[in-house]
Design a binder for this molecule. Structure first.
Ligand code: KG4
Ligand code: ZN
Length: 362
């Protein structure tokens, strides 16, 4: 039996969770507390780093207490403290990691610094007991990546965005159409009422052999279409959203298809490969449906963890802590490690020229 307290503060969710690994190897989420700061950032149309850091300071102690109480455990009964050490907004990371260090030192428990992206990457093993290797599509506000997950701590980034993240493209599109933050759900809701064939938006990088993504040109095309017909009626907004979402979905499918082909070539012995989708954009029903169809066309299956575990949470961090501890991958000098606002999952990957990240969300 192993019990891990997890802490997540890399963006705009203050989260704590306790996850247990039974002697039979079955994991169990004992608590999963997530306090969203969306209301505090909504007026600004995006996450404001300073506001986020302050909100984490105010909320974290209470969130950790709530997670322990819900799990019915005292600090003395957990076997370790896992905390997100990066990548993300540095203010929030400092709050979470320093708190975790203090708790670990006071309680005499090991500290497990976790890469936030590793949390997303390993969630499907917590929820579905997935075996390695598998392909991960991470589509969030800060990242759009395809990662080959070979094992704990063994990741290969196969594709990434060369400019905006997909969630960011949704958020920016919403903002320029005057729709509320966060943009993804607003654009999806408007798209449901719109005509996807009215505007023909570009399919960036389509047909290129490299499997990467690009979304900033799409955003520009949306801006031009909107200003050409301004002032916009509700129907115009709905048509733009539907056309945007259609373009994005088609692009994603074509791009991810290349990585699925590569997976099949790399692992010919795996009969039904798993494509795991994580990140807030995975909430989008049109995108989910398209990915499901894509997976089945490739003889693969789509694994989508429940939404509350797809978006930022601390259960994934606690679970990554358990996986690392179980694999003997916990550094002895963890208390001395600093938070890292940038921290690629695949440390060996060559930096991609032009891969702008806004650094806010992961
Ligand atoms: O994973 P997440 O909650 O936070 C991080 O970015 O880490 O993802 C948030 C992102 C935002 O950009 C939001 O607009 C997008 O996910 N999103 C969606 C939908 N719901 C959330 N994008 C498209 N359709 C949605 N239904
Ligand atoms: Zn995330």
């Amino acid at each position: 039996m192993m019990r891990m307290l997890g802490i997540e503060t890399s963006c705009d969710e203050t989260a704590a969770s306790v996850v247990a690994l039974g002697d039979d190897g079955a994991p169990q989420i004992l608590s999963n507390v997530v306090l969203s700061q969306i209301g505090e950032h909504a007026a600004f149309g995006g996450v404001v780093p300073e506001i986020a850091a302050r909100a984490h300071v105010e909320a974290l102690d209470g969130v950790v207490e709530a997670a322990l109480a819900e799990a019915g455990l005292g600090l003395g009964e957990v076997d370790g403290i896992a905390a997100t050490a990066g990548p993300g907004l540095i203010g929030g990371l400092i709050v979470g990691l320093m708190t975790a260090k203090a708790i670990a030192a006071a309680a005499g428990k090991p500290l497990v610094p976790v890469n936030h992206l590793e949390g997303h990457a390993l969630t499907a093993r917590l929820t579905d007991g997935l075996a390695f290797p598998y392909l991960l599509l991470l589509v969030s506000g800060g990242h759009t990546q395809v990662v080959l997950v070979r094992g704990v701590g063994r990741y290969e980034r196969w594709a990434t965005t060369i400019d905006d993240a997909l969630g960011e493209a949704f958020d920016k599109t919403a903002k320029l159409l005057g729709l509320p933050y966060p943009g993804g759900p607003s654009v999806e809701a408007a798209a449901r009422r719109g005509d996807a064939s009215r505007f023909s938006f570009p399919r960036p990088l389509r047909g290129e052999a490299r499997p990467d993504f690009s979304f900033s040109g799409l955003k520009t095309a949306v801006r031009q279409a909107a200003s050409a017909i301004a002032p916009l009626s509700d129907a115009d907004v709905a048509d733009i959203c539907a056309s945007f979402q259609f373009a994005v979905t088609e692009t994603l499918v074509e791009r991810v298809g290349r990585s699925l082909d590569r997976f099949r070539e790399t692992f010919p012995g795996i009969a039904a490969p798993a494509l795991v989708v994580a990140g807030g954009v995975a909430a989008n029903k049109a995108i989910r449906a398209a990915l499901e169809e894509l997976a089945s066309r490739h003889g693969a299956r789509l694994v989508a963890p429940p939404l509350e575990l797809c978006t930022d949470n601390a259960a994934m961090i606690a679970w990554a802590g358990i996986e690392r501890m179980r694999a003997g991958l916990v550094e002895g000098d963890a208390l001395a490690l600093p938070p890292r606002s940038r921290w690629p999952l695949d440390g060996d990957a060559a930096p991609l020229v032009g891969s702008g990240r806004r650094g806010a969300k992961a």
